[in-house]
Design a binder for this molecule. Structure first.
Ligand SMILES: [Zn+2]
Ligand SMILES: [Zn+2]
Length: 333
């Protein structure tokens, strides 16, 4: 039996819950969960904000643990390996996207917490191909947030061939945004953080931002007109997107990583005249996750986390729900 913490209704408290995962599938592994980050998407699923929830629900998709069982057809992982598991826990492995290495775009990819049980538990199962070994030099206690938030902000740098000469801005410097600033600094870019919280300025400069602009100051946006090759938006609230598009350089891109529920209200002329674009992407493939972890080890990039024990899970989830953690929250055993 797997001992988990489940929600039994939208916004309800998480309570101990046991389930029988059945026989281990030949292509699956079982992971003893040591650490699990709490992502805003966990709260969105627990609260049924996206209308996809089924209860009882075990959330948790920023999992770090040790392989405790391997299926008979698994050859690249062994019992005892330290691995990470993120938003996806399986792929079809045969569609055009999977065959091209874009597993995260597989139309039948399984969400770790969508219609199955995730990492707020002592164990979790997944298709072995979706778990990634944690390399030496990455601290397992803080690595959980890299598996969802981290890969979400890292993947666009790979997808769009962002160069060290690029000027990149980050909107929202919470959980995702602070990891974006650290990755971009190590990537060699000139990094600007848009923050509505000026008290974070010194911390952002310390993380590697070259400039911090107050996003509540319309003059700051005007002064930045035509500047950025890429803007990564990590917020999930509606902003004046046309004003941000005005800060893009010719051929610049505004890329959405936060799940804004309101439709985008964007004028075509702000895009057309300077051949600017808007786009979005979900997490990343296992290969890009593995590369990201090596990059994080090489450049000593660690998410800033607040750690709770698993029995403090309701307090920890509430902290994410209220938007009050400084950066990221992780449950640890
Ligand atoms: Zn596929
Ligand atoms: Zn997530």
């Amino acid at each position: 039996m797997i001992n988990a913490y489940a929600a039994f209704e939208a916004k309800g408290p998480l309570k101990p819950f046991q389930y029988d995962p059945g026989e281990l599938n030949a292509f699956d592994i079982e992971i003893d969960v040591d650490h699990c980050g709490i992502c805003h998407s966990d709260v969105s699923m627990l609260d049924n904000d996206w209308g996809r929830a089924k209860y009882p629900m075990v959330a948790g998709h920023e999992i770090i643990g040790r392989v405790s069982q391997v299926g008979s057809h698994v050859s690249h992982l062994a019992i005892g390996d330290v691995v990470g598991l993120g938003w996806h826990s399986g792929y079809c492995e045969s569609c055009r996207m999977c065959m091209g290495g874009d597993h995260n775009l597989c139309s039948t990819a399984k969400g770790t917490i969508v219609g199955r049980h995730g990492g707020f538990a002592d164990k979790v199962r997944a298709q072995a191909v979706s778990a990634v070994k944690i390399p030496a030099g990455v601290n397992p206690a803080t690595a959980g947030p890299l598996l969802c938030g981290g890969i979400t902000v890292y993947n666009p740098l790979v997808q769009f061939n962002i160069s060290p000469q690029s000027k990149v801005a980050v909107i929202g410097v919470g959980g995702l945004g602070h990891m974006a600033v650290m990755f971009l600094k190590a990537w060699g870019c000139e990094v600007t953080a848009f923050s509505s919280n000026v008290s974070k300025t010194d911390e952002l400069l310390g993380m590697g931002a070259h400039h911090v602009l107050n996003s509540k100051d319309p003059d700051a946006l005007k002064k930045a007109a035509g500047s950025f090759d890429l803007i990564l938006s990590t917020v999930n609230v509606k902003l004046d997107w046309n004003a941000y598009i005005g800060t893009l350089a010719p051929k610049g891109r505004l890329h959405f990583l936060g799940a804004v529920l309101e439709p985008l209200d964007i004028g075509v002329f702000g895009l057309m005249g300077q051949q600017r674009s808007i786009s979005s992407s979900p997490v990343g493939s296992p290969r890009v996750i593995a590369d990201m972890l090596k990059f994080a080890a090489l450049h000593n990039i660690q998410p800033i986390v607040e750690t709770y024990s698993f029995d403090q899970i309701n307090e920890a989830v509430d902290k994410v729900r209220n938007g009050s953690p400084r950066f990221r929250v992780v449950l640890s055993r």
